[in-house]
Design a protein around this ligand. Structure first.
Ligand code: FES
Length: 192
């Protein structure tokens, strides 16, 4: 009798807990869709400065899903990270890697400046001063049928090594890359 009562109780608890658990952790394993967005032709993007483009990073939430990307052509004299089909154009996120405020590129200083707490990034988006914990995030880029396209965001450490996207405030150098592991939902890397 005891066994039947305990068994029924266990089933009742499982019936209530499992859907809630699935609801809570399911999103961790779901992958967010991304699309390649056309932003111009190669001639639109010089090496010496950035052009701004508004791109959609989250679908279905209206204007909040859009952000500004800073885009230029790769310059082999300063862009020394390994070249592949995804970085013929450098596309930087405008989100500060301290707490996420929008940064602004100042052409005269060739710096990205964050208005919130004085974060400064150099021309390549590397931290040059202030509290940001890593370089500006980037977007994959490619050339398709003669058009430049941007794809999903990724994060970089101080050697510009690629990581799946992290949140602002999460360093990726040294032990930081282990303290802030990738989330399954944002770890997409283009296959081609
Ligand atoms: S949010 Fe940019 S420096 Fe704090």
């Amino acid at each position: 009798m005891n066994l039947i009562t305990n068994g029924a109780g266990g089933i009742a608890v499982a019936a209530m807990a499992l859907p809630a658990l699935g609801f809570a952790i399911g999103p961790v394993f779901s992958r967010e869709p991304f699309s390649w967005q056309t932003i111009g032709v190669p001639g639109d993007f010089p090496k010496s400065t950035y052009m701004t483009r508004v791109i959609q990073i989250v679908q279905g939430i209206g204007e909040a899903g859009y952000t500004t990307a800073y885009v230029r052509s790769r310059d082999p004299s300063i862009d020394t990270e390994p070249e592949d089909q995804y970085n013929h154009f450098v596309a930087l996120s405008s989100r500060c890697m301290h707490l996420g405020c929008p940064v602004r590129f100042v052409q005269a200083a060739e710096r990205f400046i964050c208005p919130c707490h004085g974060g400064v990034y150099d021309f390549r988006g590397m931290v040059a001063g202030g509290p940001p914990v890593r370089p500006l995030d980037r977007f994959y880029t490619r050339v398709e049928n003669g058009y430049v396209q941007v794809g999903p965001r990724y994060s970089v450490n101080s050697e510009l090594r690629r990581f799946s996207p992290r949140d602002p405030g999460e360093p990726l150098d040294g032990i930081g890359q282990y303290l802030y592991p990738a989330r399954f939902s944002t770890s997409q890397i283009p296959k081609s």
